[in-house]
Design a protein around this ligand. Structure first.
Ligand code: DGL
Length: 285
């Protein structure tokens, strides 16, 4: 009797990680530009927000989640979270990957953004709006200086913006106060800023409100499109990774907290209904 070999491609989705819902704004753009791939999203909602946490904590949380992605079969993981990209990515790439998964890759959102942000500015002066953690890491000024050394970079932490979005208050009048306050603060520091980067996954949801309070002529840049184009370019340049990624157009969502809560919030970030499953952090330790 002859043997019948059945070839089934193992699911090897592209992992997309965030501290919570915000990375869905990035995944939304990635899916729009690269719909053929499978995606596995994980939001660490049970431990979010990451924005005010220490380097060590963000690193340990992120590494645990990256290992979970690898256990699910992912060869490529995108840290869609600015805070995780700022505080954990370098250590994971340089210290952990060579030991735990030398053939796998983890990418962040800061590098692709800093590679091109200078092209948006005519005054050579840009503003970075981000969480406390991202600002404190100084990752943006340091990385931007490598590509655009002449650029003046001003940063502003906007710690109330994430809670406003998380609590669905981003369109209400309460949000106006904090948006106005933080924009005034950054524009006092950098009077000739003509480009403002939304360097946090949640801020695209505040885009219209931010635009209302920006002086005429200041461009507002969000990262979703930049990260998606950069991923397309990466996959093109790295056929050895691209060929591992499965392409059935599937999207699977996990949260470390309650799936019902995640699904209720996720739609506003992703733009279409989401049905998530629970990832048990204790079981993954
Ligand atoms: N995802 C985070 C970021 O992009 C914002 C939310 C948080 O603080 O966890 O920085």
């Amino acid at each position: 009797m002859g043997l019948i070999f059945v070839y089934m491609q193992q699911a090897n989705p592209i992992g997309v990680f965030d501290s919570g819902y915000g990375g869905l704004t990035v995944l939304r753009e990635i899916v729009r530009q690269l719909p053929e791939y499978d995606y596995l999203y994980l939001g660490d909602n049970a431990r979010a927000p990451y924005g005010n946490r220490s380097f060590d904590t963000v690193y340990h949380y992120t590494l645990q989640c990256v290992e979970w992605f690898f256990a699910q079969g992912c060869s490529l993981v995108i840290l869609a979270c600015n805070t995780a990209s700022a505080k954990a990515l370098r250590t994971i790439q340089q210290n952990d990957l060579p030991k735990i998964a030398p053939g796998k890759r983890v990418l962040g959102v800061i590098r692709p953004t800093t590679e091109i942000i200078g092209q948006f500015s005519e005054t050579q002066s840009i503003g970075i709006l981000a969480t406390n953690g991202t600002v404190a890491s100084n990752s943006y000024p340091v990385e931007i200086a490598k590509f655009f050394p002449q650029l003046r970079v001003y940063q502003q932490a906007c710690p109330m913006w994430v809670p406003l979005v998380e609590n669905n208050e981003h369109l209400g009048h309460g949000a106006d106060f904090f948006v106005k306050k933080n924009l005034r603060e950054i524009l006092e520091k950098g009077k000739d800023i003509d480009t403002m980067l939304l360097a946090c996954t949640h801020y695209p949801l505040l885009k219209d409100k931010i635009a209302e309070y920006l002086p005429v002529g200041v461009k507002l840049v969000s990262q979703g499109e930049i990260v998606a184009s950069s991923l397309a370019d990466y996959l093109h340049r790295h056929p050895e990774i691209e060929s591992l990624c499965s392409k059935n157009g599937q999207r699977v969502f996990y949260t470390t907290d309650a799936p019902e809560d995640f699904d209720n919030h996720a739609t506003i970030f992703f733009g279409e209904p989401v049905k998530s499953k629970h990832m048990d952090l204790d079981a993954s330790l």
